[in-house]
Structure formats: structure tokens, C-alpha cells
Design a protein around this ligand. Structure first.
Ligand SMILES: Cc1cc2nc3c(=O)[nH]c(=O)nc-3n(C[C@H](O)[C@H](O)[C@H](O)COP(=O)(O)OP(=O)(O)OC[C@H]3O[C@@H](n4cnc5c(N)ncnc54)[C@H](O)[C@@H]3O)c2cc1C
Length: 324
């Protein structure tokens, strides 16, 4: 049976986030001939509608409101509830992003739905829709399905392949008014960090440093390597706790979860809490001077050595290789 699927599209700095395309690819698969509706929250989003159509949306709800330009739990939840009442989808998909993680449980509770969070894949066999999600810090995978009511899931970025856009597709656009009231928090100003770099959670390559980098300056060779590779720079909690870098860079159980094509761990021991955030990376390279470091058990390629020798050599070599 065909399904009507709803996707909340997320944008940043005027660009759609890749996870929205991943969610749309999953949505098309699940819809099985049914309708895919996407929503864009905030003002000046209309120019993104075309891309959503090319990636599989049939209807696009433009939900323009000043209070939706920056995420707040109250405003987004109120808007989502009104949109969902209007669309009444069989399936709701959100990215497992900061927004999705915060909002999905609230929506699930308000609509009395089960929620399958942090999914890395979906298998569709007719009416049988199973979501796959990592458990036990990525050591095993669980298959879950919803037996009653609408299906609600969040999609982990960088896992579901994005379908080739079909530039011949078009969608109908609905300007949807929402009433937002009684807000307990209002964002007055967003102060950004000066160096934004590549977004860690959606990066294809991550170069990560641990306590082995020894200081804030010790991250410099990692940034140089990252620049050559077009990578984001992450860190272990050990490095963050030591004050070598910002907590926004922390990867792991209590930090960000990343699934890049390539993860280069430099001076990171490989504690289970760190593995929880990166062990599903497609290729893992570990650089550590201790041959017994647990990170080598999950690494596809291991280099036993001092990172301050290895990383600059790797950077120089890659400069040549990537230039050709
Ligand atoms: C509830 C809880 C939640 C946690 N959440 C997280 C989390 O989200 N993310 C996280 O990362 N951790 C987390 N931790 C902490 C985790 O247990 C580890 O303490 C932490 O990951 C260790 O960081 P590290 O590998 O950088 O440091 P260390 O364990 O000290 O390892 C440093 C490594 O660097 C190597 N090294 C040293 N010098 C060099 C050199 N010159 N060249 C090459 N290698 C070198 C050493 O051989 C060693 O293997 C959590 C812990 C708890 C209890």
C-alpha cells in the first residue's frame, strides 16, 4: 500500500542540509507511489523548494514566520503540530540533527506516536517497513518497525544514499500560515564562532585529535591535513577536557555522532565512549604511538608512530597526490 510521507527539510546559511536529501530519498522509497510532502520553516526559504522537488517532494509547505528563522523548541513544536494536523502523514521523517533530536520526542509524545530514532537505513518490502539503527555504541544493529499508528523516525546524517536529483520534477507549493504564541524563549541574537569550517556532523572526511596532540598548538598539523583533504576537525573528550579545543568538536557518546567516508584518529586511544561516535565511519585510519591502543581494533588502517612525525608527512604526500 502506498504511504504519505512527511519530511521536515533543514537549511543552514541558505543551503539545504544534506540530511534533508537523505530523508527525501528514504521517503520516496517508503512512499511506494504515495505522496511525499516536505516543509521548510522560516522566512525566505522559497528558493529552496525547487531542489526539494528535484529530490522527490511532491508538495512543499512553506511555513513562513519570523519566529521560525532560528530554532527554538516551543516555536518549532507549535509549527510542526499545525503542519502535521494539516498533512496527516502516515510516516514522519526528521534528520537526527540537533533540531530533530530535540523536537522529535516532543512531537511523538504530543501525537502519541512511537519514535524510532537515529536510523542509518530503511528496508521496504511492500507494507513491511523496517528501520535499522545502531545500538550498544555501534557494536550491533537493531531492526525496528512500528506496529500501530503513524511511523515516526529520525535519520542519522551521512548514511542513506541520496538519489540522483531529477531536474524534470516539479512540486506544488503551499504557503502555510501558523499561529505561534506564548513562547517561553526567544532568540535575540546568534553569535557564531569565527572559524566555522566544514560542518562536522555532515563531513565526508574527519580528522580528529585526542589527548595525544598534547596542546592547542598540537592541533595545527591536524588542521593542515584537514585543509588539504577538505575535512572537518573533531576531537576526543580527552582533548576537550584538557582544554586543547572546543567542546563543539567532541565526538562520541556525549558528543557528536559522525559517519564520514574517512575518519582519521590522531592520538586517540579508542575508548568505548569515543567509538560510540565514530565506529560506523566507512574507513577508519588510526595514528597512535602505542601499538596496543584499542583504536587499532576498529581501524581499517593503522599507523604506529608519533603523530607529529606522521601527520605532516601525510599532509605533504597528499598535497602531491591530490594535485595530480
Ligand atoms: C559517561 C562518559 C561519557 C564519555 N563521553 C565521551 C565522548 O563523547 N567522547 C570521547 O572521546 N570520550 C568520552 N568519554 C571519555 C572516554 O572514556 C576517554 O577518557 C576519552 O575518549 C579519552 O580520550 P583520548 O583517547 O584522547 O585520551 P587518552 O585515552 O589519554 O589517549 C591518548 C592516546 O594518544 C596516544 N598518543 C600520545 N602521544 C601520542 C603521539 N605523539 N603520537 C601518537 N599517539 C600519541 C596514546 O598512546 C593514547 O592512546 C566519556 C567518558 C564517560 C565516563
Amino acid at each position: 500500500m502506498s504511504k504519505n510521507v512527511f519530511v521536515l527539510a533543514e537549511s543552514r546559511d541558505g543551503n539545504l542540509r544534506n540530511v534533508s536529501f537523505e530523508a527525501l530519498s528514504a521517503a520516496r522509497k517508503i512512499a511506494n507511489g504515495g505522496k511525499v510532502t516536505a516543509a521548510l520553516f522560516g522566512t525566505d526559504q522559497a528558493q529552496l523548494a525547487e531542489q526539494l522537488a528535484h529530490h522527490g517532494a511532491d508538495d512543499i509547505y512553506l511555513v513562513e514566520h519570523d519566529q521560525l528563522n532560528t530554532y527554538t523548541t516551543d516555536a518549532y513544536t507549535q509549527a510542526m503540530m499545525q503542519v502535521l494536523d494539516a498533512v496527516n502523514p502516515d510516516v514522519i521523517l526528521l534528520g537526527h540533527t540537533a533540531i530533530g533530536k530535540d523536537m522529535a520526542p516532543r512531537i511523538a509524545a504530543k501525537r502519541q506516536l512511537g519514535l524510532i530514532s537515529d536510523c542509518t537505513d530503511v528496508e521496504v518490502n511492500g507494507d513491511d517497513i523496517e528501520f535499522i539503527r545502531p545500538i550498544y555504541a555501534g557494536k550491533a544493529f537493531q531492526k525496528k518497525k512500528v506496529s500501530e499508528g503513524a511511523i515516526f523516525a529520525t535519520i542519522r546524517p551521512n548514511n542513506i544514499p541520496v538519489d540522483e536529483p531529477d531536474t524534470t520534477r516539479s512540486a506544488s507549493t503551499v504557503n502555510f500560515d501558523v499561529e505561534i504564541k506564548d513562547l517561553r524563549t526567544i532568540v535575540k541574537e546568534v553569535i557564531r564562532k569565527t572559524s566555522e569550517g566544514v560542518d562536522l556532523s555532515e563531513a565526508k572526511i574527519v580528522v580528529s585529535g585526542g589527548r595525544g596532540v598534547k596542546s592547542e598548538d598540537g592541533f595545527k598539523p591536524l588542521y593542515e591535513l584537514a585543509e588539504v583533504l577538505g575535512a572537518a576537525v573533531g576531537a576526543s573528550r580527552g582533548a576537550c577536557d584538557a582544554g586543547y579545543c572546543d567542546y563543539a568538536m567532541q565526538i562520541g557518546q556525549t558528543g557528536k555522532v559522525v559517519t564520514p567516508d574517512l575518519y582519521i584518529a590522531c592520538g586517540i586511544s579508542g575508548a568505548i565512549q569515543h567509538l560510540a561516535g565514530m565506529s560506523n565511519s566507512k574507513v577508519i585510519v588510526a595514528i597512535n604511538k602505542d601499538p596496543e591502543a584499542p583504536i587499532f581494533q576498529v581501524a581499517d588502517y593503522g599507523i604506529v608512530g608519533d603523530l607529529f612525525d606522521v601527520v605532516p608527512k601525510l599532509t605533504e604526500e597528499l598535497k602531491h597526490v591530490l594535485k595530480d
